[in-house]
Design a protein around this ligand. Structure first.
Ligand code: ATP
Ligand code: RIB
Length: 303
């Protein structure tokens, strides 16, 4: 059966610059290629990934009335996503991200939130019909926390599983922490929330205990090229990543989450299978440039 997933989150126009190495403060460097624009934003990337993995996907987001996100709408529709709940701000511009990728495939990102940061709890209430009808609602931290809290409260009341990707890393209020069923941080985001640096499996277990004690049922820490750590009440383990050469890791985490929620079933105990599928999907993303441009179709993911 196909999972029904609502993604609440950001839409950004990503400006990419490929560099050999990062400039030091005050230094000027020559670059080989002109900057490129791509579809991005953690919310939009996760929605694209979820839809490309063939889940029934609805995206709640806010863009400016500047037309800058229009090119993405074609990709959203091509992926089969419901875009009825993408709202337009009359006052704020479409979000933007400025991304540099170095020769090792690592990135640095500066984000201008724009319309994403104008998302309100009332905006979320206007999408209540979609939320209560879903299996999962997924959010990240590129929209305001009060909007996420409202969405997770509506979801909880309807028995919908809440998934938080606490990215980009920042502290969040206890009220939100206690509304999370499945938490998917990377190592750095986990440390910001728990205070425990992720260095080895013991520290991963300490992080997991922290989130489980707050009420999470599933903890998944993504570990880049090492793969993924997971923990539930009576089980934990590592699911290794695919061995590939990364050229741009942008949206690896987003692909992982979209692929994971497209396959995971809380009742069927297919956690490791869903994580393995998500690792495989994300390993394809890191081998291509761009965010949405690098997210694979379900047919491309080797099982
Ligand atoms: P990003 O911010 O770059 O999108 P992230 O920090 O949110 O990523 P990571 O933990 O770096 O998330 O990566 C998410 C998943 O992507 C990993 O769990 C793994 O499955 C896959 N992945 C990331 N980097 C690599 C790599 N170099 N080789 C293979 N798989 C990778
Ligand atoms: O996770 C990758 C995304 O983070 C990029 O697409 C960029 O828009 C930033 O929000």
């Amino acid at each position: 059966m196909t999972n029904k997933v609502v993604i609440l989150g950001s839409t950004n126009v990503d400006q990419f610059l490929t560099v050999e190495r990062y400039a030091k403060p005050g230094e000027t460097l020559h670059v080989e290629e002109a900057q490129k624009s791509y579809g991005g934003g953690k919310g939009a990337n996760q929605a694209i990934a979820t839809a490309r993995m063939k889940a029934d996907t609805t995206f709640i987001s806010k863009v400016g009335n500047d037309g800058l996100a229009q090119f993405m709408f074609e990709d959203f529709k091509a992926a089969g996503m419901n875009i009825d709940y993408i709202l337009e701000s009359e006052t704020e511009k479409t979000g933007q991200a400025f991304i540099t990728v170095d020769a090792q495939g690592q990135n640095t990102i500066y984000v201008y939130g724009g319309a994403n940061m104008a998302m309100t709890p009332d905006d979320v209430k206007s999408a209540k019909a979609a939320i209560v009808d879903a299996d999962f609602i997924v959010a990240q931290l590129e929209v305001p926390v009060p909007a996420i809290i409202e969405a997770f409260k509506v979801a909880r009341a309807a028995g919908v599983t809440t998934v938080l990707n606490p990215a980009p890393a920042k502290e969040i209020p206890q009220e939100l922490l206690e509304l999370i069923d499945v938490i998917v941080p990377n190592e750095f985001e986990a440390e910001i929330l728990s205070g425990v640096p992720v260095t080895d499996e013991k520290s991963m277990a300490q992080n997991a205990d922290y989130f489980l004690s707050l009420g999470a049922k599933v903890v998944i820490i993504t570990l880049g090229e090492q793969g993924t750590y997971y923990a539930v009440e009576n089980d934990s383990g590592l699911v290794p990543a695919q061995k590939v050469k990364a050229i741009d890791t942008t949206a690896a985490g987003d692909t992982f989450i979209g692929a994971f929620v497209s396959r995971f079933n809380m009742k069927e105990r297919n956690l490791v299978e869903a994580i393995d599928f998500a690792n495989k999907a994300a390993s394809l993303t890191v081998q291509k440039s761009g965010a949405q441009a690098s997210i694979p179709l379900a047919e491309e993911v080797q099982l």
